[in-house]
Design a protein around this ligand. Structure first.
Ligand SMILES: [Fe+2]
Length: 352
């Protein structure tokens, strides 16, 4: 590992310039926040995909060091024309072996380990979150690739999670430190003629999510991912995990807010003022998501908004340009997606 994860924010750009040299131009477009913005200065990096891949192979350690100090890097203007070019640039990185099994978002494989970023409906704002923080094991990072941006909206937004816990009112932060988080999810039974199949509810079926009809196989995968589960009488699947609300970074030891208490609450900030689940589901607790602290208590609306607003305050949104790659350190930097209109092709690779 090159570089020092505890580099002062004021010094990190100068340090990165020293590591990378003058074949690239480095800037920090949102001072003090992620990402480190990397643009080619050398013409070959703009024109030749093989040169872009070679640059990454030569600079992988510097990118890793930048992920620790900046939390995210964006490669902008490199020759990355398609999924194969993206995979070639990311080849020096280890991918996340467990893949996306038991993930919450709908996404399909494009090629190899490169996946669609999400199929979540266009009008929904996917709130800032750290990938798979609701599972005991989660990816170290993510790499997004913009094949083609949407004409309206659709930014993959990010936010610095360092210091978020400390920015919360003391009592509120303390609850995340002291209590675990219980993530309960239900996946409906596809074979049932079910009102919950309406896509508005995002109530996915376990058959679709696991690409299997075999309950034993699904159970084995959940066991492997560290999730408890039970089969309901209607053939739906309820699964749950209980995890700390914070984590310590494996390299730097920093204590970080690391949970999806806010992102998995079906709140009006995601859907707009029209409540989606309250009416139709009534008292039914087998909802797509049901999230509480481990003692069964929840955030009240004010507390929810305090955390949401603090994450929004930290948010960085820049328009995608075709060919952009954004690499995130999953514990330091949250990501989300703004609503959009028109076609959008953003691809993702999970890093291990
Ligand atoms: Fe995500």
């Amino acid at each position: 590992m090159i570089g020092n994860a505890t580099i002062d924010k004021a010094d990190r750009l100068a340090a990165a310039r020293e590591w990378f040299g003058d074949v690239v131009r480095l800037t920090e477009p949102y001072a003090g926040r992620p990402p480190l913005w990397i643009e080619p200065a050398a013409e070959a990096l703009r024109r030749k995909p093989a040169a872009a891949a070679r640059w990454m192979a030569d600079n992988k350690d510097h990118v890793e060091a930048s992920l620790l100090s900046f939390g995210a890097v964006v490669m902008h203007g490199f020759a990355v024309h398609d999924t194969d070019d993206f995979a070639a640039v990311m080849a020096p990185f280890e991918t996340y072996a467990q893949g996306y099994t038991a993930g919450t978002s709908e996404r399909n494989v494009i090629k190899g380990e490169v996946m669609e970023s999400t199929r979540t409906a266009q009008h929904i704002y996917i709130l800032l979150h750290q990938e798979m923080s609701y599972l005991p094991d989660n990816p170290r990072g993510l790499a997004f690739y913009c094949k083609s941006p949407s004409p309206v909206g659709g930014e993959t937004v990010i936010a610095d999670m360092r210091g978020l816990l400390e920015a919360l009112p003391k009592e509120l932060g303390q609850r995340f430190i002291e209590k675990g988080i219980r993530y309960v999810r239900n996946m409906r039974n596809r074979d049932l003629d079910d009102w919950r199949a309406d896509p508005t509810f995002q109530h996915h079926s376990w058959q679709d999510r696991f690409a299997s009809e075999d309950r034993a196989k699904v159970g084995a995968q959940l066991f492997e991912r560290g999730a408890d589960f039970r089969w309901e009488d209607d053939g739906s699947l309820t699964l749950w995990t209980e995890l700390p609300g914070i984590t310590h970074h494996p390299v730097t030891g920093e204590r970080l807010f690391f949970n999806q208490m806010v992102a998995q609450t079906k709140h009006r900030v995601m859907f707009g003022d029209k409540p989606v689940h309250e009416g139709p589901y009534g008292d039914l607790l087998v909802r797509p998501h049901f999230i509480t602290f481990s003692d069964g208590t929840s955030l009240n609306d004010d507390e929810y908004m305090v955390i949401h607003n603090e994450m929004e305050r930290r948010k960085v949104a820049f328009p995608w340009q075709a060919g952009d790659i954004m690499i995130l350190e999953n514990k330091f930097t949250a990501h989300g997606r703004h609503p959009y209109e028109g076609p959008r092709d953003i691809q993702v690779l999970l890093l291990g």
